[in-house]
Design a binder for this molecule. Structure first.
Ligand code: NAD
Length: 287
C-alpha cells in the first residue's frame, strides 16, 4: 500500500525546489496535498496572487493525484490559519504538516540590517511556529478516530543552523531556532502521539544554485531529499520523534547536539575559578 494513502498533507513553500518534490512524491504515495506557496523571488520579494503553487497542483492532477493550492504566507497568524483551513475545507482533516517555506537574505554579520533579520526569521522560525500551532490544534480537535493521534510534523532546518555559515547570521539563527522548536514540540506533543522531526537537506535549487559547491553537480537533487520527508511523514516513523535527519545526495545522516561528560571539582575546594577552567579546558570539552 502507498505510504500516505488517505492522508492529508500540507506542504508549505511547495511551489518550487524541495517542497515541490515533496508535494509530487506525497501525492504519488496517496496523500491529498495542500500545495502552499506565496510565489515571489528567492529573497521573498514580489509574489502574491497567482503562484507556482498552481502549476504544481496542475502537475499532481495530471498525474492522477489530489491537490489544492494555497497562496497564503506562513509568516502571519492569519496566513497559517488560512493554510490549515484550506486543508480542512478541501479534504476534511489534516494528518501531515511539512514546514518547508523559506527565503534567503544573506549578508555578513556587520552588514546585516534589521529588515533582513526580521524577514528571514519571520518566514522560517515564526512561520514554523505559527503553522505548527494551527495544525496541532486542528489535529487534536479531530481526535483519534480522524487521524489526530497519528499526526506528523516535518520541519526544515539546515546545516547552516546546526553548524553556522559565513554570511547567514539571520538564516542560521532561524534554522537553529527551528532545531530548538522541534525538540520542544517533540517533547510536549508526545502525549498526543504527534511526532515532530526535522530535515536538514542539501540540494541544488534556486536557493543554492549559485554556490561554488553546486557547480557541475547533478547528483544533489530535491528528489534525493523527499523520500526522507516521506519517511518522517509516514507510519514508518511512528516511534521516532525529535530527530534531525540530514540528506545530501546519496548520503543519509543525522545531526545531534552532544553534552560532554565534563569534569567535576571537589565541592570542598569551592567553585570553579576562570583560571581552573582554562587549565582543564580539554577535559571539560572532550566528548
Ligand atoms: P526554494 O526557494 O526553491 O523554495 C522555497 C519556497 O518557499 C519558494 O517557492 C517560495 O516562494 C516559498 N516561500 C517563501 N516565503 C514564503 C511564505 N512566507 N509563505 C509560503 N511560501 C513561501 O528553496 P529550497 O531550496 O527548495 O528550500 C526549501 C527549504 O529547504 C527552505 O526552508 C530552505 O531553507 C531549506 N534548505 C534548503 C537547502 C538547499 O540546499 N536547497 C539547504 C538547507 C535548507
Amino acid at each position: 500500500m502507498a505510504l500516505l494513502e488517505g492522508k492529508v498533507a500540507i506542504i508549505t513553500g511547495s511551489g518550487n525546489g524541495i517542497g515541490r518534490a515533496h508535494a509530487l512524491l506525497f501525492a504519488r504515495e496517496g496523500a491529498s496535498v495542500v500545495v502552499n506557496d506565496v510565489g515571489g523571488a528567492r529573497d521573498g520579494s514580489g509574489g502574491g496572487g497567482e503562484s507556482p503553487a498552481d502549476a504544481v497542483v496542475k502537475e499532481i492532477e495530471q498525474a492522477g493525484g489530489k491537490a489544492v493550492a494555497s497562496h497564503d504566507s506562513v509568516a502571519t497568524a492569519e496566513g497559517a490559519a488560512a493554510i490549515v483551513a484550506r486543508a480542512v475545507s478541501a479534504f476534511g482533516k489534516v494528518d501531515v504538516l511539512v514546514n518547508n517555506a523559506g527565503i534567503l537574505r544573506d549578508k555578513t554579520f556587520l552588514k546585516m540590517d534589521e529588515a533582513m533579520w526580521d524577514s528571514v526569521v519571520a518566514v522560517h522560525l515564526k512561520g514554523t511556529f505559527l503553522c505548527s500551532q494551527a495544525f496541532v490544534k486542528q489535529a487534536i480537535a479531530q481526535g483519534e478516530d480522524r487521524g489526530g493521534a497519528r499526526a506528523r510534523i516535518v520541519n526544515t532546518t539546515s546545516v547552516s543552523g546546526m553548524m553556522g555559515n559565513f554570511g547567514q547570521s539571520n538564516y542560521a539563527a532561524a534554522k537553529a531556532g527551528i532545531y530548538g522548536l522541534t525538540r520542544t514540540m517533540s517533547i510536549e506533543l508526545q502525549k498526543h502521539r504527534i511526532t515532530v522531526n526535522a530535515l536538514a537537506p542539501i540540494a541544488k535549487t534556486r536557493m543554492t544554485e549559485d554556490l561554488p559547491m553546486m557547480q557541475g553537480v547533478e547528483t544533489m537533487t530535491p528528489e534525493h531529499i523527499s523520500p526522507a520527508a516521506l519517511f518522517l511523514a509516514s507510519d514508518l516513523c511512528a516511534d521516532r520523534t525529535g530527530h534531525v535527519l540530514a540528506v545530501a545526495g546519496a548520503r543519509m545522516y543525522a545531526f545531534k547536539v552532544i553534552e560532554t561528560p565534563g569534569k567535576f571539582k571537589d565541592e570542598a575546594q569551592g567553585v570553579w575559578t576562570p583560571q581552573e577552567i582554562a587549565e582543564h579546558w580539554d577535559a571539560i570539552v572532550k566528548p
